[in-house]
Design a protein around this ligand. Structure first.
Ligand code: TMP
Length: 395
């Protein structure tokens, strides 16, 4: 397979088999027409790039029904507030900075910048509508040349372009970077946060791999990619979001200095084989072990005639359930807070999604925590419930 960013080779090392759209929660009458694709993962040595072989078309994934709302997690709302303070501090000498966010979702981040010239670009209609309700200047579009043309014509340059959990969703990174360079001023910042390859390796959280995450970046890969475009990765800041993410700070000036923290992270990536193929092979073995362990755990609970439910119908759970062949025969239902998901079924494995309000009443004793990245927030909410066997594929 080919590297998606340059023409060098990329070697497939992990095959998950047939997968549906991770966020494709469906109605019963849609079961027969469900779309599946082969989820294969490869690694490109030259750019240290971890990527999917194929992905469904973005229109299949980010349509009017896209059910991910940033504001559904208090932790995420607070995270974006802190992130906005970080941006404001960086621009303390230029309070009138112009900001654009790629994939601005329901406006949770941008609503902190109402006094600034701000633009949000969001392709999913459902979340875009919420951004408008939040009084955020949101455009219901994909971030591409057609969308930014009006800014180029008006000679508007942004001081900072931001993206959170979206850059790894974009298949054509070359087009993305070329478009960014057209509207980012010299010395301007491109700052983005994405699930971090190093955290995924450490936790063996292979459920980070699904159709939307076309790339799983590391600091080494970002450094190499952006240097090709005359931009410099100047800093990287680890984040707790999404089970371990990295904030990358890329400056539109190749001659910029890099931080001590980034130097350490790059060194650590070498040490832990995050920048090379050895890390991939180790990870693959761990993933296979994790599958075996999880199946044994589920089958053992079922052999005692006990019931299991899920908590949090996450997009990530689609990879675990389909890869481990766990379905509605093993798990009765998944409780979730998202109105769009409630009453539907999980992609590929057809487990009913129920309103989280029913969780207490139903009294399940074995609970698969699919939303493990929100564990603290969830345990705080459910702390009154005793004697529950909470588990996930991570333990
Ligand atoms: P995410 O891992 O992609 O952020 O998805 C989290 C999912 O978990 C989302 O469908 C909402 C759901 N959820 C709950 O049901 N209860 C909660 O307390 C939280 C934080 C999330």
């Amino acid at each position: 397979m080919k590297c998606r960013i340059d023409k060098s080779k990329c070697k497939i090392f992990l095959r998950f088999g047939k997968m549906p759209i991770a966020n494709g929660f469906l109605k019963k009458n849609q079961f027969k027409k469900e779309y599946f694709f082969e989820l294969n993962v490869g690694f490109n040595k030259k750019l240290s790039l971890f990527q999917l072989e194929k992905n469904p078309s973005p229109k299949k994934m980010f349509n009017e029904n896209y059910p991910f709302y940033t504001a559904s997690s208090k932790f995420m709302v607070s995270h974006f507030e802190k992130f906005s303070l970080w941006v404001k501090k960086y621009f303390s000498n230029n309070k009138k900075f112009k900001i654009l966010e790629i994939g601005s979702n329901d406006g949770t981040f941008l609503k902190n910048f109402k006094k600034n010239y701000h633009v949000g670009i969001e392709p999913s209609k459902s979340v875009h509508k919420d951004a408008i309700k939040n009084n955020v200047n949101s455009e219901n579009k994909f971030f591409n040349y057609k969308t930014i043309k009006k800014y180029i014509k008006k000679k508007i340059k942004f001081d900072i372009i931001v993206g959170s959990n979206v850059i790894c969703h974009i298949p054509d990174q070359n087009a993305l970077i070329n478009n960014i360079l057209k509207i980012l001023r010299n010395n301007g910042l491109f700052v983005f946060e994405e699930p971090y390859l190093g955290s995924m390796y450490e936790k063996v959280s292979y459920d980070q791999i699904y159709d939307e995450h076309i790339y799983m970046f590391s600091a080494t890969s970002i450094k190499k990619i952006y240097e090709k475009y005359g931009m410099k990765l100047i800093d990287a800041i680890p984040q707790k979001t999404h089970g371990g993410s990295m904030r990358y700070i890329v400056k539109n000036n190749i001659n910029s200095k890099i931080s001590k923290r980034l130097k350490k992270i790059l060194f650590n990536e070498k040490l832990k084989n995050i920048d090379n193929f050895k890390g991939c092979i180790k990870f693959k073995k761990e993933v296979e072990k994790s599958k075996k362990r999880l199946r044994e755990k589920i089958l053992s609970i079922k052999s005692k005639k006990q019931k299991i439910c899920g908590y949090g119908a996450t997009s990530k759970s689609t990879t675990i359930l389909n890869y481990c062949n766990i379905n509605f025969k093993h798990i009765d239902c998944i409780f979730d807070t998202t109105p769009f998901k409630i009453g539907r079924y999980s992609p590929g494995t057809h487990i009913p999604i129920l309103n989280h309000k029913l969780f207490k009443k139903k009294n399940y004793k074995n609970v698969f925590l699919f939303a493990w990245n929100h564990k603290q927030e969830i345990m705080k909410k459910e702390k009154k419930l005793k004697n529950i066997n909470w588990f996930s594929h991570l333990n």
